[in-house]
Write a protein that binds this ligand. Structure first.
Ligand SMILES: *[C@@H]1O[C@H](CO)[C@@H](O)[C@H](O)[C@H]1NC(C)=O
Ligand SMILES: *[C@@H]1O[C@H](CO)[C@@H](O)[C@H](O)[C@H]1NC(C)=O
Ligand SMILES: *[C@@H]1O[C@H](CO)[C@@H](O)[C@H](O)[C@H]1NC(C)=O
Ligand SMILES: *[C@@H]1O[C@H](CO)[C@@H](O)[C@H](O)[C@H]1NC(C)=O
Ligand SMILES: *[C@@H]1O[C@H](CO)[C@@H](O)[C@H](O)[C@H]1NC(C)=O
Ligand SMILES: *[C@@H]1O[C@H](CO)[C@@H](O)[C@H](O)[C@H]1NC(C)=O
Ligand SMILES: *[C@@H]1O[C@H](CO)[C@@H](O)[C@H](O)[C@H]1NC(C)=O
Ligand SMILES: *[C@@H]1O[C@H](CO)[C@@H](O)[C@H](O)[C@H]1NC(C)=O
Ligand SMILES: CC(=O)N[C@H]1CO[C@H](CO)[C@@H](O)[C@@H]1O
Ligand SMILES: CC(=O)N[C@H]1CO[C@H](CO)[C@@H](O)[C@@H]1O
Length: 559
């Protein structure tokens, strides 16, 4: 079924990284300095590096925006990970620089550029398209809560990232990271690499240092999977921890918004800025009384005394052969966790895993939710250029608009959702929803956590998403390794990308109880700091512009 790929590694790494090098020496340009002050290389710079540089006056937020935009322009023609750069980004950064100069401090994200997926709406000059011409020119009444929270925290919304169109809820046979508006996103670890999806552009952009971090959205795998294949930390928060107000929906029961970043701590900073109650999304009313400080959870010793379960029936290479090359790295990680003081409770079986992944419950839940929730989103638009109010009118538009690439990219998911004939108010919906809660909850993650007194469960990220998706529980993924040099190159089903190849990264996922993000972040951080796998995996393509180039140019222009 899968074709053999024809692409050869070009071995074009601009910035050759040895495993043993310290972070500050990673890129040749990191040693480039002005007046003896070195600038952090943007592919590795973390939030604290950037805050230090901004506070000491080494560079400004305007410099950061200029550097990131130049980097985007270098790689976007090839990788198409950004769908729109914010035309106001420089003006916003200049305002934030002024505010900093006069003593106003909005906190750790003050002046820091962040990219957001193009299904998270902003009430500015940028569209919110979900990658579809159906929404080009559409207007929302105000910012999404996610965009509003980022702005309140002082972040610069640098632009919008490309995605699998409609968050991968349209076609039965398309390609990850393709949208009609943004074209085909590719990942950076092998030529023509499948970026996974649906937060494809967020994954590629964060990985190459085109912003400090990005926001993605997940219904089942859309943060975890692109984080997995793009060498990133991704946090898929509990459904309800982050508001979905004015985010293009698939499913109110499963959708969630979370950070995709290069380190656990950076992701924790972003999560702290976006988590919280929102009267416009009442799922947030389930948040326990006080939201923890996720940055403080980043504790090197967080693994000491913790009990971590390994559900082996989820990690079955005879069912998923692609797990075979990942297993040695996964098993080696268990030793790292033990050495850090954790107790590994191995060989667990989750009796619900089979039914949860093989029955149609989730399929029905998503279809019924989409029928109801898409209509809800469209009804909130203040400008709706094609008068689309329902899945039926969206399908008719898509099939009649040539740039939507129909019928090559079909609309079978919508057709089968419409065949359901009901939305999420139906008793049939509730029967399927309670079934998935049962198999993935008491017979799955929640049952295992209780029965074995566990703090978390771990699996390779490739198999992590489904059970947490069905019950709305959180997951944190961290880089674990990369596919070996002798990996056979395999194309994706659509035939336009490389799905498996040497050097393609993979991750390990920490899964826990609802609203246990603080604990999971601690465990993931303690693992990450002991391994620093990300720094050992080098992209084949990366932008060259660095902060030092931008600052040197500014100083020259001033003279
Ligand atoms: C500081 O600068 C910001 C942004 O330009 C401005 O809104 C604010 O009023 C200024 N505050 C003071 C105290 O000057
Ligand atoms: C949440 O909001 C929806 C739509 O506004 C409403 O139908 C539902 O009853 C609310 N649920 C709760 C628990 O407030
Ligand atoms: C949308 O509806 C409005 C009001 O009914 C109408 O004036 C307009 O022509 C419609 N636009 C399209 C693209 O059908
Ligand atoms: C929808 O139902 C029609 C009529 O029963 C059937 O022909 C078609 O195959 C169904 N489409 C999908 C995608 O299930
Ligand atoms: C799930 O949905 C299907 C399709 O509508 C329906 O036939 C079935 O009865 C539902 N299952 C439950 C347990 O309600
Ligand atoms: C937890 O224990 C209950 C009661 O024995 C059992 O029904 C359930 O299947 C167990 N769940 C898991 C995931 O082990
Ligand atoms: C790659 O090499 C490993 C270890 O040498 C071996 O176990 C594996 O079978 C090889 N895989 C392929 C696809 O040749
Ligand atoms: C998927 O689409 C590609 C490209 O149009 C086509 O070659 C392939 O046969 C399709 N696969 C399936 C299973 O429909
Ligand atoms: C910001 C940017 O470069 N956007 C591009 C995204 O991809 C589409 C389709 O390839 C281009 O038309 C945009 O210019
Ligand atoms: C490897 C690399 O990116 N080198 C660049 C470092 O910065 C100098 C000066 O800006 C560039 O000329 C190099 O190309």
């Amino acid at each position: 079924m899968f074709g053999q790929g024809v692409y050869k590694a070009l071995a074009l790494a601009v910035c050759l990284i040895g495993n043993g090098l310290a972070r500050a020496e990673l890129c040749t340009n990191s040693s480039t300095a002005i007046n003896g002050k070195p600038f952090p290389p943007l592919i590795e710079a973390n939030l604290e590096d950037l805050v230090k540089g901004l506070e000491s006056g080494l560079f400004t937020s305007v410099d950061l925006v200029n550097a990131y935009i130049a980097r985007i322009e270098e790689v976007n023609p090839t990788l198409k990970m950004v769908i729109a750069v914010n035309p106001d980004a420089l003006a916003i950064a200049a305002d934030l620089d002024l505010a900093r100069a006069n003593g106003t401090d909005y906190g750790p994200l003050h002046g820091i550029p962040i990219l957001i997926k193009d299904n998270i709406a902003t009430a500015d000059k940028m569209d919110n398209t979900a990658g579809s011409y159906a929404l080009v020119g559409a207007k929302v009444p105000e910012d999404s809560t996610m965009a509003a929270k980022l702005r309140k925290a002082g972040a610069v919304i640098l632009g919008k990232t490309n995605l699998s169109q409609w968050a991968n809820y349209r076609s039965s046979n398309s390609s990850n990271g393709w949208s009609a508006v943004g074209g085909q996103t590719e990942a950076a670890y092998y030529p023509k690499q499948d970026p996974s999806g649906s937060s494809s552009g967020s994954g590629v952009a964060s990985s190459l240092g085109l912003a400090l971090a990005s926001l993605g959205t997940e219904t089942d795998g859309s943060i975890l999977s692109p984080s997995n294949l793009n060498n990133l930390v991704g946090i898929k928060p509990t459904v309800g921890l982050t508001s979905r107000y004015l985010v293009v929906p698939i499913s109110e029961h499963q959708d969630t918004v979370g950070p995709m970043a290069r380190s656990v701590k950076d992701a924790a900073y972003v999560l702290s800025a976006i988590a919280g109650l929102d009267a416009k999304d009442n799922y947030t009313s389930a948040i326990p009384c006080k939201i923890p400080d996720y940055v403080k959870s980043c504790d090197y010793f967080a693994l000491a005394g913790k009990r971590i379960g390994v559900p082996r029936n989820m990690i079955n290479p005879s069912r998923s052969p692609s797990l075979a090359p990942i297993l040695p790295a996964f098993n080696a990680a268990l030793e790292v966790l033990r050495a850090a003081g954790a107790t590994i409770v191995d060989d667990l079986t989750l009796p619900g895993y089979g039914p949860a992944t093989q029955e149609d419950f989730e399929d029905i839940v998503l279809k019924a939710d989409f029928i109801t929730n898409l209509a809800g989103y469209m009804s909130k638009l203040t400008v709706n250029p094609h008068n689309i109010t329902s899945v039926a009118t969206l399908q008719a538009f898509t099939q009649s608009y040539p740039l939507e690439a129909w019928p090559q990219r079909d609309t079978l998911i919508w057709e089968s959702a419409l065949n359901l004939t009901y939305g999420n108010e139906s008793p049939f919906f509730w029967g399927n929803y309670t079934s998935q809660l049962y198999y993935s909850g008491p017979l799955g993650i929640i049952g295992a956590l209780k029965n074995y007194s566990l703090d978390a469960l771990i699996v390779p990220t490739a198999v992590a998403s489904t059970l947490p998706a069905q019950i709305g529980s959180p997951v944190v993924t961290v880089p674990l390794g990369k596919l070996p040099a002798n990996t056979t190159v395999v194309k994706n089903r659509f035939g336009n990308l490389v799905a498996r190849a040497p050097n393609v990264p993979f991750g390990i996922s920490f899964m826990g109880a609802h609203f246990s993000e603080a604990k999971l972040i601690g465990l993931a951080y303690a693992y990450e700091q002991r391994t620093l796998v990300r720094n050992t995996i080098v992209p084949y393509i990366q932008p060259k512009t660095e902060l030092v180039d931008v600052v040197a140019k500014r100083q020259k222009d001033l003279r």
